[in-house]
Write a protein of this length. Sequence first.
Length: 331
Amino acid sequence: MKETIFDLSRPGVSGAGLQDPEFGALDPSDWFDAEPLRTEPIGLPEVSEIELVRHYTALGRRAYGVDDGSYPLGSCTMKYNPKRHEPLASLSGFAHAHPRQPESTLPGLWELLFHLAEHLAEISGMDHVTLQPAAGAHGELTGLLMTRAWFESRGIERDVVLVQDSAHGTNPASASMAGYRCEMIRTTPEGLTDLDALEAALDDSVAAVMLTNPSTFGLFEKNIQEIAERVHDNGSLLIGDGANMNSLMGIVRPGDMGVDVLQLNTHKTFSTPHLSGGAGAGPCGVKAFLEPFLPIPVIRRDARGVDRRGIMPSDATPRSQGAGEAPPRAG
Ligand SMILES: Cc1ncc(COP(=O)(O)O)c(C=O)c1O
């Protein structure tokens, strides 16, 4: 099929009647401020309902995915996710939540998200987790932006991120999107991080070292504690890529190994739905000193009662002990 849905468009054709006669025409300016309101038509294709259905049904037949056969997608550790998880993720309270929904209808969702974040923090050994990133790579970027904000808040200029030569391509991509220069650390013939190469590269330009453990070679980085010490002695942060977390879970925790920032790929480790091989979710965990830099809004327990949850903007004021300060060992 060569045609896109836009090629099929004919002005004035419509397959949908959205107006509810009971309410008459709604004027969006009664509901929204002028600033977010569109002034030009959005330019959606104009087709009949059956044209739309046929178009996407035909495209769906051309798609190849895990239901059709082998689906080799990089090093990621889990790609077939049980179908049962799709109806769970599609529950209306999740799938239809809307940013403009009245807050009084949201505490149930907040409760679940709050506890999910707590569980992920516990499993990974981190102090706080944001659920906002929408993919592993997005979680990496979020962690790097928090790292950058933390250094900036302390008036320290560092512009280099070190990545393993075995790293997933998203690591250097995220680092450069966050404004860092990337330098590679070679691996030894056994496939582990070369400690001498690391030592030689660590200087006061290095903001962070990104490390995947187990690496994309599938090897556990047995020198991880020594690596963490060297990185912290240099005043740098250790960013863990947690995409391969399912091989560690319940055995060791990245936070205990000295990792300061870690993204989790829940569509791998926890088999949440993975769409069509695309994004899923990439919660990002941090140690307490990075808490003020979590993206907002943050769900947190309100002191006024156990069942109340507050969504409050993050600000520069540390809220928990140790927040915003240097990690104890970093210079
Ligand atoms: C080691 C590693 N890091 C990061 C990613 C990126 O995750 P995502 O595909 O969710 O963006 C992947 C998988 O693609 C991976 O295997």
